[in-house]
Ligand binder design. Structure first.
Ligand code: 16G
Ligand code: ZN
Length: 534
């Protein structure tokens, strides 16, 4: 009977309305919201199958992150709060694209191939959504899919993407990771922050006030709860909190706008030398910046945050006297100056992986303490369980000097400021503020650690972006034949020049990245390389 409901519902309530195929890309499905109802319903079905297969709670997040307000999207979250396992992405794609009359076949294939026997289990599926006007009806479609397949939807309503990842991890670790509630999340992060900060809210050149751009999205709605929890230890002046449906989500503001346009966002007061930050539309990216006394814009992006965090962890780890290995994971978009700084000066090993959080996260797990960040501001720190245990055990013993004990205790609290499941703009903000406070730095001192090479990102529309394939963490083209050689020849003309091209995983375009010693050269290099991509 249930099966009949699944397919009757599909045909009657959520018929497939779009002919062309969509694919589950680096961030799930993402397109115009009006084309997504049936996809959402089907992802509800898939989430229940995945939950039965893993015998665990699975998450579904409805968001299109930094995209414009009329878009929306959906992604599934695996048991430990990670991105959906790669091998299931193709099932998501298949399920989304099959015609209504073949839906049953694909579902049966999934059940058979994965030998899912517990079809009567009623697994919990946690559902969250961003503030887009389309999100409520799309969330209903997901929930209908979950119910039709016999799952138990737990609707968290409007939450940030990283909050949803956190809830999934909490539920599957039986609360070892934290309480699976919004209050539990705020309490965990803000309590840890306050413990580390202590009674001196300011230190050296660091002042505890920051201007915060909420991108007119969920990041604005949720920061209010942090402000309460922080109880004045950090003063967050919030801007860009328009009401839902104003059309202003991510518009001329937010982390993606600031990073890609390299511009100060609208809506924030322009106060010289004042630390500002922006989050994106689902609050999983964070970017810092400021205007100097000449109104010149200075960007402190994900690379800058990564080097700050990795350098700090190295220092504190050394002070604990506990041997744990530390590494940083970047992508090809990382500014060359940041990579040089971290390897040559901080002497921390760096790995480079393809674009997309799942690659970074996976690689970071190879270190005891793995820091990963994309230049766009998405990143976090992950700790091996054994590393955490080692720290806790060391703290319990009496073999540590006073200094070692202090450092160890600080590190243990700092772990609780971090959302290890995925990049979390607000948790990252608390971590950056903690480090700047510890160092007594203002935003300019932070910027002085190294000088970014001027860089440019261009995109080119082509007929078929799949003709470009890459290797070596997207830094070299394999096809079309000869293209890499042409790029190499161009790059060779520019001192410290670097450039690569790759097909986007989220848009129908080829992206071109270039960096060089001067802005002019960099722009010329980008244009020359773009000229070869047609
Ligand atoms: C997605 C990725 C992000 C990546 C971006 C690149 C996740 C959750 N998000 O937004 O990490 O930087 O895609 O987009 O993995 P692109 O392939 O269009 O350049
Ligand atoms: Zn995002």
């Amino acid at each position: 009977l249930r099966c009949r409901t699944v397919y009757a519902f599909a045909r009657e309530m959520y018929p497939k309305t779009v002919k062309c195929d969509i694919s589950y890309g680096t961030a799930g499905f993402r397109t115009r919201a009006t084309d997504l109802e049936y996809v959402m319903y089907r992802m509800g079905l898939l989430a229940v199958l995945r939950a039965r297969f893993k015998k665990a709670v699975i998450g579904v997040m409805i968001t299109a992150s930094h995209n414009p307000e009329p878009d929306n999207g959906v992604k599934l979250v695996d048991p430990m709060g990670e991105m959906l396992e790669q091998s299931w992405e193709k099932w998501a794609t298949k399920l989304a694209n099959v015609t209504d009359d073949k839906l049953e076949n694909v579902i049966n294939d999934i059940i058979k191939l994965h030998d899912i026997q517990n079809m009567n289990d009623r697994p919990e599926i946690v559902v969250g959504k961003d503030t887009r006007p389309s999100s409520p009806s799309l969330s209903k479609a997901v929930i209908d899919g979950i119910l039709a397949m016999g799952g138990k939807p737990i609707d968290y309503g409007i939450v940030t993407t990283p909050q949803l990842h956190y809830f999934v991890a909490c539920k599957n670790t039986h609360r070892a990771y934290g309480e699976p509630t919004e209050e539990g999340y705020y309490r965990k992060l803000t309590d840890a922050f306050k413990k580390v900060r202590g009674d001196n809210f300011n230190n050296g050149n660091y002042t505890n006030r920051i201007l915060y751009d909420g991108a007119n999205g969920v990041g604005a709605k949720k920061i209010k709860f942090f402000k309460e929890g922080l109880a004045g230890s950090l003063i967050i002046d919030m801007y860009n909190d328009e009401i839902i449906g104003s059309g202003k989500l991510n518009y001329l503001c937010g982390a993606d706008f600031v990073k890609s346009q390299q511009k100060f966002p609208t809506g924030l007061p322009q106060i010289p030398n004042t630390r500002c930050c922006s989050v994106d539309g689902d609050a999983d990216r964070l970017i810092y910046y400021y205007l100097d006394e000449n109104q010149k814009f200075h960007l402190l992006d994900g690379d800058r945050i990564a080097t700050l965090i990795a350098g700090f962890f190295k220092e504190v780890l050394e002070k604990t006297g506990i041997r744990l290995n530390l590494g940083l994971v970047q992508t090809a978009y990382a500014n060359g100056a940041s990579t040089t700084y971290i390897t040559k000066e901080l002497k921390i090993p760096v790995a480079c992986v393809p674009t997309g959080v799942k690659w970074l996260h996976h690689k970071a797990l190879e270190y005891d303490v793995g820091v990963y960040f994309e230049a766009n501001g998405h990143g976090t720190v992950v700790f091996k369980n054994e590393a955490k245990e080692k720290l806790r055990n060391a703290f319990q013993t009496n073999n540590l000097t006073r200094e070692q004990k202090d450092a160890t205790s600080r590190l243990i609290h700092i772990i609780d400021i971090i959302n290890e499941t995925v990049g979390d703009a607000i948790a990252d903000l608390l971590l950056v503020e903690t480090i700047l406070h510890a160092k007594g730095w203002d935003v300019r001192q932070w910027e002085e650690t190294y000088t970014d090479l001027p860089n440019r990102l261009l995109k080119v529309s082509v007929q078929d972006r799949t003709v470009i394939t890459t290797t070596d963490a997207e830094r070299k083209c394999v096809t079309p034949k000869g293209l890499q050689e042409e790029i190499d020849n161009i790059v060779a003309k520019y001192p410290k020049g670097r450039s690569f091209v790759r097909p986007s995983g989220t848009e129908d375009v080829i992206r071109i990245y270039a960096e060089a010693v001067t802005r002019r050269e960099c722009d010329k290099l980008a244009a020359e390389v773009a000229g070869k991509v047609h």
